[in-house]
Design a binder for this molecule. Structure first.
Ligand SMILES: *Cc1c(COP(=O)(O)O)cnc(C)c1O
Length: 628
């Protein structure tokens, strides 16, 4: 049994049942969007999204960019629509996370179009029409202007058009009028839109017009009715249950006041209990002297003022409860603890109660009676960009310690391994992706001592500065200093019998993206440094670029081995060595550390190649030796 002071249980099975109830009312061909804004009305957007998706939700609805981004960071790939108006400074982030946008104005449409053009990206939108809610949304007469402007905006995909009822649970005339307005507006364009939607969950019975093929499920799916009649049509169970633990039992005497300002005074003697829960936990202050709590199948009135962290409940004249008993404040067996009932006690909103309770209490996710996951007390989900580097370092270190259940080993791993990446290198760990390196021995030199050798190398990496260096040296010692330098992207060890110059080591091509770089050869003692640069590189610094490098050189034929090392943190690599047939058999020895110690080798009569999965991490100083 859970013994926290106060906490919420989120019953995922009830959510599933509620969705199935609601789905009974969908017409053939109608789909639904699950509204998970405000952390799914305090239930946990991620967990709710998973259940809704498994129940067939085709879309998720969130309030803003942040909420959408969080779901993306948690791994949700499903379409997500931002329901509220967005801000211009959020556009790039929205595109980055592939979120769909509600558009209410021509200005925003144009702005979106501009950003799409600049970034060469596409964006999905739903046009939002204000049919009577008088909140966000374009007014009907603006709809045509928006459509006209869309003609030239090929970067924008208009997937839907929608509106929002102002009172679908209460005002039939207004809802009918709104539905009609949207219908008239889109009548000539309906086939352009994949989704047309107006109904929130309360609208599912009476205000789900024929022309709509998508409904947006919110409050009803969380098990809260918005009017009495719905109870005859649907059996909904509250998904959220808010519980606390009886922490103390005391006696009161007739005439004594209880709590702040003594707003409760008993007329007789009796017992009362203290619950370690208050308005800071979302149990609304206005429920003071109003609400009832379920305790051992009896209803106990809240007496006196609810304070920040404590609430008193009346246990009557002869209580049979004990300290440690569980009290249910919301979402229990009786109507008294339904959100609908509680919010009515102070003319509040059931939506708000769910949100405010879900904000603080620790969450336990329960499915068919078993605990499936938990969410911590703090309602802010972890987004690493919200933290300073020093805080992040601390979090990483303590997370490792916690995971290993051992502070010492945690600290050691953090210090020895991770700190060298995150700390000493000033956090700019850049790594290479899609590393492809081909080395080919083509023909022998006329004296037979060397193979003409061609290499080509491609990888993706964030460009660090407006140039990079390729280094070639005739001894390990001279080459070694180039391993320390961050501006060196490629190193080649030359046989010391060869005179090192532009003829023995030549760059046939060096490119970044499609930009052919200018090369400048600098002669050093026993080394050649080739500086590759281009004036236009300055604008690419900090961006991920495709590097391409092709060299022509020589390799001694009596060396009998050639090694290729990966010197940087790399994700996904392919290395191949091809050679003349007469060289006979070539043995390949892999020395890999990282996710996969034995990347796949493919060999035929004239080449050997090695390939890791494209997402696999390879640690520096992995490599392969070809022996011939
Ligand atoms: C919140 C919201 C909903 C869900 O409404 P419920 O009444 O909770 O079903 C639907 N559509 C939009 C645009 C919303 O903002």
């Amino acid at each position: 049994m859970i013994t926290d002071r106060s906490y919420v249980e989120i019953h995922l099975d009830r959510l599933r049942d509620n969705l199935r109830e609601l789905k009974r009312y969908l017409r053939c061909g109608q789909e639904f969007m699950q509204i998970v804004k405000a952390d799914a009305y305090g239930h946990g957007a991620y967990e709710v999204a998973l259940v809704a998706i498994s129940e067939g939700a085709v879309y998720l609805g969130v309030a803003n960019c942040e909420e959408g981004k969080l779901l993306r960071l948690q791994g949700i790939k499903h379409p997500i629509l931002i329901l509220s108006p967005i801000l211009e400074n959020e556009i790039e982030e929205i595109i980055l996370h592939d979120l769909s946008v509600s558009v209410s104005s021509v200005q925003m449409l144009k702005r979106l179009h501009e950003v799409c053009l600049n970034t060469n990206k596409r964006l999905t939108i739903h046009i939002k029409i204000d049919t009577g809610m008088k909140r966000s949304g374009a007014l009907p007469h603006e709809f045509n202007t928006i459509l006209e402007n869309l003609v030239e905006t090929s970067s924008i995909y208009v997937e839907g058009v929608f509106s929002h009822y102002a009172a679908s649970e209460a005002d039939d005339d207004l809802s009918n009028e709104q539905a009609k307005k949207l219908h008239n507006l889109i009548a000539d364009h309906a086939s352009q839109f994949r989704y047309i939607h107006i109904a929130n969950s309360s609208a599912i019975f009476k205000h789900n017009p024929q022309y709509c093929n998508l409904l947006r499920f919110g409050i009803l799916s969380y098990g809260v009715y918005t009017n009495q009649k719905q109870r005859m049509l649907l059996n909904l169970k509250p998904v959220m249950t808010f519980k606390s633990t009886l922490s103390q039992i005391k006696q009161y005497c007739a005439g004594e006041g209880i709590g702040y300002n003594h707003t409760f005074k008993s007329t007789k003697n009796g017992f009362y209990g203290i619950l370690p829960v208050g308005y800071a936990d979302g149990y609304d202050f206005l429920l003071s002297n109003q609400a009832q709590v379920e305790l051992q199948n009896t209803l106990c009135p809240v007496i006196g003022r609810i304070s920040m962290d404590m609430t008193s409940i009346d246990l009557g004249v002869s209580p049979d409860s004990q300290v440690g008993d569980q009290a249910i404040l919301l979402g229990g067996e009786t109507d008294a603890t339904r959100a609908e009932t509680l919010s009515k006690l102070y003319s509040g909103s059931a939506y708000e109660i769910l949100c405010q309770i879900g904000r603080r209490a620790k969450r336990y996710y329960i499915d068919k009676g078993s605990l499936v996951s938990t969410a911590p007390l703090s309602r802010r989900e972890f987004v690493s960009s919200d933290f300073s580097n020093s805080k992040l370092n601390k979090i990483i270190e303590s997370a490792i310690s916690h995971r290993l259940q051992n502070d010492e080993i945690g600290e050691l791993i953090y210090k020895e391994i991770l700190r060298s990446f995150f700390y000493h290198k000033d956090l700019d760990i850049s790594y290479r992706r899609n590393f492809v390196h081909n080395i080919a021995f083509t023909t022998k030199s006329s004296d037979g001592d060397y193979y003409h050798t061609r290499t080509d190398l491609t990888f993706d990496k964030t460009l660090q500065s407006n140039y990079f260096i390729v280094a070639c040296a005739t001894s390990d010692k001279h080459l070694s200093k180039y391993f320390m330098r961050k501006d060196v992207e490629y190193r080649w060890l030359m046989d010391d019998k060869i005179r090192l110059d532009e003829n023995s080591f030549k760059i046939a091509s060096a490119k970044i993206n499609d930009l052919e770089l200018v090369t400048e050869v600098i002669h050093k003692d026993s080394a050649l440094e080739i500086r590759c640069s281009h004036p236009e590189l300055a604008s690419l610094v900090g961006k991920e670029c495709k590097f391409y490098l092709e060299t022509e050189t020589f390799y001694p034929s009596n060396s009998h081995q050639l090694s290729v090392f990966i010197t940087e943190l790399t994700r996904g690599a392919k290395i191949s060595f091809s050679y003349p047939k007469e060289m006979g058999h070539v043995e390949a020895v892999r020395l890999f550390s990282g996710q996969n110690r034995d990347p796949k080798l493919t060999q035929n009569g004239s080449s050997v190649s090695l390939e890791t999965g494209s997402e696999e991490w390879i640690f520096p100083l992995s490599g392969i030796v070809f022996a011939y």
